[in-house]
Design a protein around this ligand. Structure first.
Ligand SMILES: [Ca+2]
Length: 109
């Protein structure tokens, strides 16, 4: 069952149950896990956008056109559009589903 929660709630949940929010890389399996999902929180936070929630550096980026745009204001949390895999900055209070980082793979919970 997919849950829709705020970014901060995802971070506490993932840190308690797994390791942290998901980091996204070029892992070929991750698009398959996005089937049937709409918007997903990822472990990126402003600023800088180059650091994951687990403090690892983001070398892989996949921002959508004109993102991050902070429009409308206060878009401080990173999300991913499941249909395209592209990243957006979004308001942290938005309710999206999420990934947690589990070992070195990602898991949909
Ligand atoms: Ca945006």
């Amino acid at each position: 069952i997919l849950e829709y929660v705020t970014w901060v709630d995802v971070q506490s949940y993932c840190r308690e149950k797994f390791i942290d929010l998901a980091t996204i890389n070029n892992h070929p399996g991750y698009f398959e896990k996005l089937r049937g999902v709409k918007d997903v929180w990822i472990g990126l936070y402003r600023e800088p956008w180059t650091l994951w929630s687990d403090s690892s550096n983001s070398t892989f980026t996949n921002w959508d056109d004109k993102q991050p745009n902070n429009n409308p204001a206060q878009q401080e949390c990173g999300s991913l559009l499941a249909a395209t895999g592209k990243w957006h900055d979004s308001q942290c209070e938005t309710l999206y589903t999420f990934f947690c980082k589990q070992r070195n793979d990602i898991a949909v919970t």
